[in-house]
Design a protein around this ligand. Structure first.
Ligand code: KG4
Ligand code: ZN
Length: 335
């Protein structure tokens, strides 16, 4: 079964053709990052406008590269939430129009379900149940994937998402947007033990995360150094901050692995492309004899191939949407 998938929830306009949920026939991503960089973050109105300008071309390219047409694919899938409402609407309208015109089934996909499903593409042997840490710009979720389409959220960030913390800290040290890759680069030159930043704990909840305390600690450190007239080393700051985030993520993941006796663990979302996170997770999983899976970087950040994968399993489970499918900016996962 070949699915044409569309993703436009934030600042990438993306389309892909995916066969049987696992085989990527094309994966086209038109990123708006250079435009939003000028403003230090995503400007929703500009994102919607750029999606409208680009979506037809991106979809055409995805079909062409896969050697398919609207007549030869079997369904059209689209991210309908969560995300920026104006941005989501562009993809939803495009998918509805194409599916209606071609008489194809329409499948609405949850963006985070897409991120998790990127692992099915990277690891063809991966099957539920498994545990997954979803770390993106908007979400930090520790999830038990009980079955295809069945998710139990064990824990989440009570404030900033991990990616959001990367972006905010990067901005505070003048590294620009998006912060994750910039911090990772700077951290390679810095000493992770230079500054002792706190790991956020949330009451007695073992699986919840908190990153706002860490973000404040980074800002306070910078202010204190400035007031003392001491020059800040941005590389050491980036490395120490990254170490604190990674430690928190690994620590909670390890508790969940222990508790659930998991033998497979997956990473998903933009922050999952971070090398320091990947190697710390690998070290922990190796130590516990757990198989770790993470998508290649292009499938970690926003793309439509992951939406095509999630849509395949959703469709097989009977999901099909009507022409009234709408964008849902704060769509919850698995509820
Ligand atoms: O999954 P994604 O592309 O979009 C959302 O659904 O949010 O994630 C984007 C987030 C941004 O916050 C970005 O800074 C972060 O992922 N990110 C990274 C890295 N690459 C992207 N964070 C840390 N290290 C990276 N290499
Ligand atoms: Zn995303």
């Amino acid at each position: 079964m070949k699915i044409l998938a569309i993703e436009s929830s934030c600042d990438e306009t993306a389309a892909a053709v995916v066969c049987d949920g696992r085989q990527v026939l094309s994966n086209i991503i038109s990123t708006q990052i250079p435009i939003h960089t000028l403003y230090g973050g995503v400007v929703p109105e500009i994102a919607s406008r750029k999606h409208i300008e680009r979506i037809n071309r991106v979809v055409k390219m995805a079909l062409k590269e896969a050697n398919e047409t609207l007549e030869t694919v079997d369904a059209v899938a689209v991210t309908y939430g969560p995300g920026l409402v104006g941005a989501l609407l562009v993809g939803v309208a495009q998918a509805k129009a194409m599916a209606y015109a071609a008489g194809l089934p329409l499948v609405g996909v949850h963006h985070i379900e897409g991120h998790i499903s990127a692992n099915y593409i990277t690891d063809p042997t991966l099957e539920p149940p498994f545990l997954c840490l979803v770390v993106s710009g908007g979400h930090t979720h520790l999830v038990r994937v009980a079955d295809y389409g069945k998710y139990e959220i064990l824990g989440r960030s009570v404030d900033d998402a991990a990616g959001e913390a990367f972006d905010k800290v990067a901005r505070s040290i003048g590294l620009g947007y998006p912060g994750g890759p910039k911090i990772e680069e700077a951290a390679k030159r810095g000493n992770p033990d230079a500054i002792d930043f706190p790991i956020g704990h949330v009451g007695d909840s073992p699986y919840d995360f908190s990153f706002s305390g860490l973000k404040s600690a980074v800002l306070n450190y910078q202010n204190a150094q400035r007031m003392k007239g001491i020059e800040i080393n941005p590389d050491d700051l980036a490395a120490s901050f990254q170490k604190a985030v990674v430690s928190a993520l690994v620590e909670k993941s390890e508790i969940a692995i222990e508790e659930f006796g998991a033998d497979r663990f997956a990473l998903a979302g933009g922050v999952a492309s971070n090398g320091a996170l990947r190697s710390a997770m690998k070290e922990m999983c190796d130590r516990r004899g757990v198989k770790l899976c993470f998508p290649e970087p292009v499938l970690c950040t926003d793309n439509a191939a992951m939406i095509g994968s999630a849509a395949y399993y959703a469709y097989k489970n009977g999901r099909q949407d009507g022409w009234d499918l709408n964008a849902v900016p704060n769509l919850p996962l698995g509820e």
